[in-house]
Design a protein around this ligand. Structure first.
Ligand SMILES: Nc1ncnc2c1ncn2[C@@H]1O[C@H](COP(=O)(O)OP(=O)(O)OP(=O)(O)O)[C@@H](O)[C@H]1O
Length: 255
């Protein structure tokens, strides 16, 4: 077993709205192993995005603690790349300049960062759109540009919040494949949020099913052989059994 890169203990997050307190997460314990591909699966509103915000260090917990690489996290974590659910592209920069941004901030030369960005733009299928501004792109294209920008920072841990939800089925499968190629053997850790069981099983080493307030309903390792061809794997009896288990856990959480 690899070392833990992220350790979450007794994590709670409350929000205050007017006079009411809303509990988004309550007492979550979770360990993420270095180099693993973890999928967090859960229905809308169970606290997945809140958990990623906390893992990225964008917001502090109400109680509990998170350690990253053995050190308590305080403030934004620069080792992680975070693809949020909402669009964070800079509207005044074209695709190429958005994607290059993380390396520009590090002071990398124009030539070097342009070369890396060009590769990544190609990888996400946006070649030809380098000079387009975010407003000139479709929702799915903006998502892909954001993914390329996140990868351009070359983070050691990737936090992805439903990154492929807005894409058509074929593009989704292609980008899932690219993500797996990028991750495989890289030593990077991925925490991927989705509410799609099939997507979870195609990607993950391990699926954690979350219920209301982030309660862990099931912690399931996924020992399906890789590469996992979506068309073949759907009829694999072990896939079908895992699908049934995850689906039952999600239903249980909805009661
Ligand atoms: N900034 C905030 N202020 C108040 N309440 C919030 C805030 N952020 C999240 N919440 C609440 O916390 C709960 C969990 O929200 P969260 O976005 O983490 O869920 P989710 O599982 O990611 O949902 P989805 O799959 O729909 O994105 C929800 O009830 C939401 O209304």
């Amino acid at each position: 077993m690899s070392a833990a890169v992220i350790e979450v203990q007794g994590l709670s997050k409350h929000f205050r709205k007017d006079d009411e307190e809303l509990i988004a997460l309550r007492g979550v314990d979770l360990t993420v192993e270095q180099g693993s591909f973890l999928v967090l699966l859960g229905r809308s509103g169970c606290g997945k995005s809140t958990l990623l915000n906390l893992l990225a260090g964008l917001t502090p917990p109400t109680s509990g603690q998170i350690t990253y690489g053995g050190k308590p996290m305080r403030g934004p974590n620069t080792q992680v790349g975070y693809l949020t659910q909402h669009d964070t592209l800079m509207p005044w920069r074209d695709v190429a300049r958005n994607v290059q941004m993380p390396r520009e901030l590090r002071g990398e030369s124009k030539k070097e960062r342009a070369a890396v960005a060009a590769e990544l733009i190609k990888l996400v299928g946006l070649d030809g759109f380098e000079r387009h501004y975010p407003r000139e792109l479709s929702g799915g294209m903006r998502r892909r540009a954001s993914l390329a920008r996140m990868l351009c920072a070359d983070p050691e841990t990737l936090l992805l919040d439903e990154p492929f939800g807005a894409l058509d089925a074929q593009l989704r499968t292609e980008l899932q494949g690219e993500l797996l190629r990028l991750w495989s053997g890289s030593g990077r850790t991925v925490v991927f949020v989705t509410h799609d069981i099939e997507e979870a099983l195609i990607l993950a080493d391990r699926v954690v099913v979350l219920g209301p307030v982030g309660t862990i309903l099931l912690d399931q390792s996924v020992d399906l052989p890789r590469p996992r061809d979506p068309d073949d794997i759907r009829v694999d009896p072990h896939f079908v059994e895992l699908h049934r288990r995850l689906s039952a856990a999600l239903k249980e959480g909805a009661r």
